[in-house]
Design a protein around this ligand. Structure first.
Ligand SMILES: NC(=O)c1ccc[n+]([C@@H]2O[C@H](COP(=O)([O-])OP(=O)(O)OC[C@H]3O[C@@H](n4cnc5c(N)ncnc54)[C@H](OP(=O)(O)O)[C@@H]3O)[C@@H](O)[C@H]2O)c1
Length: 327
């Protein structure tokens, strides 16, 4: 297969979602420039990318870092599209303003300037997160849609280490949409809930500390995960490509297929994976609640369809964890 669909750049290419997205882009005929950090402190093994079908002909791995906002110019020049997936993922950072929030926002603006200057990039797809929606501070909200935003001041007041992730995702998505509006750069944002499913990366996906908290017996995490929405990694990768290719796509798109509470998830996991001891005693300390619905109406309205349910998400995740010796 030749360079049929053109060249696209995927930032944070070695990560959990990005590597899966790259696999799908290569399968669909795109040529891909994946950016990774070359700093020895963060350098990732990229063997899982190099062995992908089509990689030897159509995958280039290039060096770029969000802390150096101009470092993406070379990777983006000549691309028709950019999937900006990279984000500092550190749920307990020291000095979060400097180590998480600033590189996320300034690095993203550097990427968008490179897209504008390239004159070749037709559309940018930015990977946001349900964290940019779910912490609005409005207690009675039972349905989340694209009009809802996380309240940054509310998060700053919570004094939880993970707050810097919610804040950085919110400020980065707002900055990206603002830049696109101001400069007429086509940009859509994908706002996924918690990803679950199989993985290509050689290490344990960081988001599994949330999704698999019940299986891992992480009682502290369970206590702060009363409401959880999930989506299969392959559906999220498909949504990125769908929104890149769909001419009518504009603005934000929530991407989430299953709403759960800690109670419904515990029942599901106990039935499906009886080999794991789910700490059900902590559930008695938590009231049963109605699940909060993260609505994908806007995405589905464009014709997108989810392929996977909760069963495939957790089967894929647990199977990969077992194969790689993490469970
Ligand atoms: N997983 C989820 O449940 C979930 C849900 C909603 C949204 N998201 C979003 O999806 C994206 C991917 O997340 P993931 O779960 O795949 O996590 P991940 O595996 O940790 O991927 C994050 C990527 O960002 C890169 N990165 C971190 N700091 C960087 C920096 N300073 N400069 C350049 N690259 C940097 C990492 O590069 P290194 O490989 O060099 O560390 C890594 O490749 C993120 O934007 C995240 O917010 C994830």
């Amino acid at each position: 297969m030749g360079d049929e669909k053109g060249k696209v750049c995927v930032t944070g290419g070695a990560g959990y979602l990005a590597s899966w997205l790259i696999m799908r882009l290569l399968q669909q005929g795109y040529s891909v420039r994946a950016t990774v950090r070359s700093d020895p402190k963060y350098k990732e093994d990229t063997t899982h990318l190099k062995i992908l079908p089509g990689a030897s002909e159509r995958l280039e791995i290039m060096d770029a870092d969000l802390s150096k906002p101009n470092s993406y110019d070379e990777a983006i020049n000549g691309c028709v599209g950019v999937f900006h997936v990279a984000h500092p993922i550190n749920f307990k950072p020291e000095n979060p303003d400097k180590t998480v929030i600033e590189p996320a926002v300034e690095g993203t603006l550097g990427i968008l300037r490179a897209c504008l200057n390239s004159k070749t990039v037709k559309r940018v797809v930015y990977t946001s997160s349900g964290s940019a929606v779910a912490f609005s501070g409005k207690k009675d909200l039972k349905v989340l849609d694209e009009s809802v935003w996380t309240d940054v001041d509310f998060c700053r007041g919570q004094e939880m280490p993970i707050s810097s992730y919610f804040i950085s995702k919110t400020l980065t998505e707002r900055a990206a949409l603002g830049f696109s509006e101001e400069h007429g750069l086509e940009l859509v944002t994908v706002v996924p809930s918690v990803l679950v499913g199989p993985f290509l990366i050689p290490h344990f996906p960081s988001c599994f500390s949330i999704a698999l908290a019940l299986i891992l017996g992480d009682r502290e995490q369970c206590k702060v995960s009363r409401q959880m929405q999930f989506v299969h990694i392959d559906d999220v990768a498909s949504a990125h490509i769908f929104l890149f290719e769909c001419p009518e796509a504009k603005g934000r798109y929530l991407c989430s297929s299953n709403d759960t509470t800690i109670h419904t998830l515990a029942k599901f996991l106990s039935n499906r994976f009886p080999e794991f001891k789910i700490p059900t005693d902590i559930l008695s300390e938590m009231e049963e609640e109605e699940p909060i619905h993260m609505s994908s109406k806007k995405l589905l309205g464009l014709g997108f369809k989810y392929k996977y349910g909760l069963e495939e998400m957790f089967d894929g995740a647990i199977e990969c964890c077992k194969q790689k010796g993490f469970l």
